[in-house]
Write a protein that binds this ligand. Structure first.
Ligand code: MTE
Ligand code: LUZ
Ligand code: MOS
Length: 763
């Protein structure tokens, strides 16, 4: 059957030939206009005046729209309405939308938007997590606490041989989807219905925002998405405010409007992965067994709440990574800062929470003079372990994964060889690391775990499937088509999945949280099963030579060959009141080994080997899944070691405070082919069906992302070897990304000695 086989991604052919269509490829109708946004240039300021004379006189100008022009409501937001479509009195970040200009061409629209003169009265901005913490600048009602055992009692009991405290700074990351944010929007039938095609993970959010902003019923607003050129969480919510801005001129002028962001603007205004600050206090035995963890985590939300609370919560759920922590207390806070609102990004806070955990694990290893791998193993959770949020660990495959990896990478030998290399080389050092992960599968917001589908069987035996999920390159449509093909026992080529559309399947959650093949696969299967039940009386009458013949026979017998399917994830729900519950349906586990070589004089590095293993149950499509693992790992590698966001901090004249300096590939380095590990092995654990999801499979999209931290800890391991040569043996901080500057400065030697102390933390 189709399920479980390595089918080629259904749009691979179109994508590699460049024929696949994206939102911006749609031709703009002849009366269509191009839009450009008028953006704040101040991180925090009152708007004193807006002068549009010059803009109105610029070539091709067709209109400027501000807050006062919004026909419905100007307030939007995915969870609470704390954002404005167009800023009214006050701006709270550089890049906040103040207005939208439409013109005959994209260039003219941008030109006119730049000509809008805005006078500001500056207010003091908050431009770091530290500043936010000091100023107690938090989003309202976002303090979260999780507890297990009694941390204070454990620290006081004398049972801990050692108690250490430290800080971890976790860097952000730009999504850098290949296709920038884009919406084409138009009205139909005289102007009272609005349709749009958007590059989004959340067509329903676009429908909601646009109906709210224009004052139209949701039933008259349609959003369609055929495919998107990557989302990675960056289009889970942050696409919708752009659609909302474009909807205003389109509706008021009754003309189609296209708004596609240039790369620099996209990077500047649509938010990134949250940077985090973690403050830990951890108590452990002299063997390295963890007894208690007191943790505070802060995330950099930016100027609106967006999904930041859910991101913080997922970080809290993942702050144990895979370790037994008998006593644990986590305090989480969402920092209001004067940056564009940060948002979902592959892992959704999970990687940040786990990276903080691996930091103190690595530190314990140094303190007790053992390898981090030994400390990791010693503290592994196992079957039946009660997690710090009251969910019991079931079907844990961490042990088999870890052992298989240890064998396949021959860790002991790799360790030895790296040590030997390091003895023989003064200015090059090698490092190795093995890191495990577990990623919770479900939206932590319970109601989001629902999915709808619509399946039509036609008389020629072909099947049109639509469902609420968006194809963003992850292969969702391919997997769902496999599920439908298997259900009807027909070839994959008989299934067609057309665009995602709010008028075919309503009320959909964003395509996110890695759960889409679980959710939409099950919803589609439900629809297929309904149709099969209706076909059964006809099918049992005689043998049909083909599915087409059967479908035609059913049609002639007036059988309904269309069904709506629905699925909700059973048995989940975490209760913040009691601090307990099944936050997740199940976990996807993985482990990775990495070996790196660093140049201690330049801080350059390369990954000599990465060996990654995931438990994906019975994979729905192993070739797509291996692709997801490779992609997630390399994207994670960018996060831990290459990609650094830099903002104006007031010190540089030519770059305003709070303005993104790294707004393009010229000075923001995402992984390229040169950064892919020289030897890159990905394998999937065999023989462990997942009883909790469709066809025994597991979700794959986000879980492998964190495994790239093995590269980070291998770099740290190499730095340890470098420092040892100049007599530095204690623990030292290293924050991600491990850029050449950070690697170089951490490799203490006679050249750095005049400038830095041994616990220097390169900024
Ligand atoms: N793969 C590709 N090619 N492009 C993407 O944008 N997004 C990732 C992951 N893999 C992404 C991707 C993220 S953040 C998520 S949550 C999942 O895909 C979403 O899809 P799924 O639920 O079908 O796994
Ligand atoms: N989005 C969301 C997510 O709203 N809730 C989640 O738990 C989540 N997890 C991962 C990615 N996106
Ligand atoms: Mo993914 S961060 O859930 O879009």
């Amino acid at each position: 059957t189709a399920v479980g086989s390595p089918q080629i991604h259904l749009s691979a052919r179109l994508q590699v030939t460049g024929e696949a269509e994206y939102a911006d490829d749609l031709p703009l109708p002849s009366n269509g206009l191009h839009a450009a946004l008028v953006l704040s240039q101040k991180p925090h300021a009152l708007i004193a005046s807006i002068d549009s004379l010059e803009a109105k006189a610029s070539p091709g100008f067709e209109g400027l729209f501000l807050a006062k022009d919004v026909p419905g409501h100007n307030s939007i937001g995915p969870v609470i309405y704390d954002e404005e479509v167009f800023a009214t009195r006050c701006v709270t970040c550089v890049g906040q939308v103040i207005g939208v200009v439409v013109a005959d061409t994209h260039e003219n629209a941008k030109f006119a938007a730049r000509k809008v003169q805005i006078q500001y009265e500056d207010l003091p901005p908050i431009l770091s997590i530290e500043d936010a913490v000091n100023a107690k600048s938090f989003h309202p009602n976002t303090e979260k606490i999780m507890r297990k055992g009694d941390v204070d009692l454990c620290f006081q009991s004398g049972r801990c041989d050692k108690i250490i405290e430290g800080e971890v700074h976790v860097g952000g990351q730009e999504h850098f989807y290949l296709e920038p944010q884009s919406t084409l929007i138009w009205s139909v039938d005289g102007g009272n219905e609005v349709h749009m095609v958007s590059s989004t993970q959340a067509p329903m959010k676009h429908q909601q925002y646009v109906s709210h902003v224009l004052g139209l019923p949701m039933s008259k607003v349609v959003c369609k998405t055929k495919r998107i050129g990557g989302g990675f969480g960056g289009k889970e919510t942050r696409s919708a405010f752009i659609a909302a801005a474009a909807s205003v001129p389109s509706y008021l002028l009754n003309r189609p409007v296209k708004l596609t962001l240039d790369r620099d603007i996209d990077m500047m205004i649509t938010g990134q992965r949250h940077s985090f600050l973690g403050k830990y206090k951890v108590g452990f035995t002299k063997e390295g067994r963890v007894l208690a963890l007191d943790l505070e985590i802060y995330n950099n939300a930016g100027n609106s709440l967006d999904l930041s609370l859910a991101v913080l919560e997922r970080a809290m759920f993942h702050s144990d990574n895979v370790y037994k922590i008998p006593n644990m207390r986590i305090l989480g806070r969402v920092c209001f800062t004067n940056f564009p609102s940060n948002t979902a990004f592959r892992g959704f806070g999970g990687p940040q929470g786990m990276l903080i955990a691996e930091n103190w694990i690595q530190r314990i290893a140094v303190e007790v003079n053992k390898s981090p791998e030994e400390i990791r193993e010693m503290n592994f959770q196992s079957e039946g372990w009660m997690l710090h949020y009251g969910q019991e660990l079931q079907h844990c495959t961490l042990g088999p994964l870890w052992n298989q990896l240890k064998q396949s990478c021959d860790f002991a030998k790799a360790r030895e060889e790296a040590d030997r290399f390091n003895l023989q080389n003064r200015w090059k050092k090698r490092g190795v690391a093995m890191v495990p992960t577990k990623f919770g599968i479900s939206f932590t917001t319970k109601f989001m775990n629902q999915a709808g589908a619509l399946v039509h069987v036609y008389t020629d035996g072909t099947v049109l499937v639509t469902h609420g999920g968006v194809e963003m390159g992850q292969g969702l449509h391919t997997k769902v088509a496999q599920i439908a093909a298997s259900a009807f026992n027909i070839p994959l080529s008989s299934i067609f999945i057309s665009d995602t559309s709010t008028d075919k399947v309503p009320n959909t959650s964003p395509t996110a949280a890695s759960a889409s093949s679980d959710l939409y696969g099950a919803a589609v299967l439900d629809a297929c099963e309904q149709i099969k039940v209706r076909m059964e009386p006809i099918a049992s009458r005689r043998n049909f030579s083909s599915f087409a013949e059967l479908a035609t026979a059913c049609y002639l017998e007036r059988v309904d060959l269309s069904a709506h399917g629905f699925y909700i994830t059973p048995e989940i729900g975490f209760d913040w009141q009691s601090g307990k519950g099944n936050a997740f349906r199940y976990f996807t586990y993985g482990a990775a080994f990495a070996e790196v070589e660093i140049d201690t004089l330049t801080g350059d590095f390369h990954t000599r080997e990465a060996n990654v293993i995931l438990d994906l149950g019975y994979s729905l499509n192993p070739s797509i899944d291996v692709g997801q693992v490779e992609g997630a790992f390399v994207q994670g590698l960018g996060w831990v070691a290459l990609e650094e966001l830099k903002w104006g901090d007031g010190a540089h004249k030519w770059i305003p405070p709070g303005c993104l300096f790294t707004a393009g590939p010229g000075n923001y380095k995402i992984p390229s082919v040169n950064d892919v590990p020289l030897k890159f092995v990905v394998s999937l654990l065999k023989g462990h069906p997942n009883v909790k999801a469709i066809h025994s499979s597991k979700a794959v999209g986000e879980p492998p992302f964190f495994l790239a931290s093995s590269v980070f800890f291998a770099i740290k391991d190499a730095i340890i070897a470098a420092r040892a040569e100049s007599g530095h043996t204690g623990w030292f901080p290293l924050d991600n990304p491990a850029t050449p500057e950070r690697i170089r400065m951490a490799c203490l030697d006679e050249f750095t000695a005049p400038f830095v102390s041994s616990n220097f933390r390169p900024k």
